[in-house]
Write a protein that binds this ligand. Structure first.
Ligand SMILES: [Fe+2]
Length: 237
């Protein structure tokens, strides 16, 4: 199965933020992404998080997420939306997936490849991110042991999709607090073919041992920042 991928749309009503995020343009880019995914006959699309950005008014935040939801629904392509820090600092899980009308990540196996979606919107204290916000560099996967034992307890090869970064070559302030332990566990499991991440906007593609780490370049800062992954060729992209 072909899977369409994108990350860090940061859609909002703002024209430009942080000097380089073209927030408002992302809705059109999402339409372009989905029309490309349709031409490629993708059976699934995955957003790697930070679909939206804050507007300064929660009513506008809701409207922006509704507009994204309309693009997804019109595509007819099943979509999984992983929450990123900007999503989780704007909406709680229930509200986010309620407005999106589904799209909640759930592990599954496609073409003999297990797709895993660890939720990393947690502080290192183990508390889940909330719309109260917090330090964006404080990110953590509290379910580390469950995630790693799920990998080692199965013979099925896997691809991992998450918002934050495990790749040791990504700057430290973007990496999970327990990234080193996850990196070692993934390496030792010998099950993971590819790890897909968002969050680090320049993007990166690097192989560490047998595992390909792909950080998608941010949609809000780039043109044509949408990609297709084939589950029949899981170690390549
Ligand atoms: Fe992020």
């Amino acid at each position: 199965m072909k899977i369409g991928l994108f990350a860090d749309a940061h859609y909002s009503s703002q024209e430009l933020t942080c000097g380089k995020r073209r927030n408002r343009r992302s809705l059109g880019k999402l339409r372009e992404a989905y029309s490309y995914f349709a031409r490629q006959q993708c059976g699934l699309a995955i957003s790697l998080g930070d679909l939206i950005d804050k507007n300064g008014s929660h009513a506008l935040d809701v409207r922006c997420l509704e507009e994204v939801s309309e693009v997804i629904a019109a595509s007819g392509i099943e979509t999984v939306c992983i929450m990123g820090n900007h999503d989780a600092f704007t909406f709680n899980r229930e509200a986010y997936y309620g407005i999106l009308g589904g799209c909640e990540p759930a592990d599954r196996t496609v073409d003999g490849l297990r797709l895993m979606f660890p939720d990393t919107c947690f502080f290192r204290s183990g508390e889940r991110y909330t719309p109260a916000g917090g330090d964006w560099t404080d990110c953590f996967l509290p379910a580390q042991d469950a995630f790693l034992s799920a990998l080692s307890g199965s013979e099925t090869p896997a691809a991992v999709f998450l918002h934050h970064n495990i790749d040791p070559s990504v700057p430290e302030n973007h990496r999970l607090y327990n990234a080193d332990a996850l990196f070692r566990g993934i390496d030792c499991s010998k099950k993971v073919k590819t790890v897909f991440q968002g969050h680090y906007h320049p993007g990166r593609r690097i192989r560490h041992g047998d595992v390909l780490y792909v950080t998608l370049p941010a949609m809000c800062e780039n043109e044509n920042a949408f990609f297709v992954f084939d589950t029949l060729d899981p170690g390549e992209m």
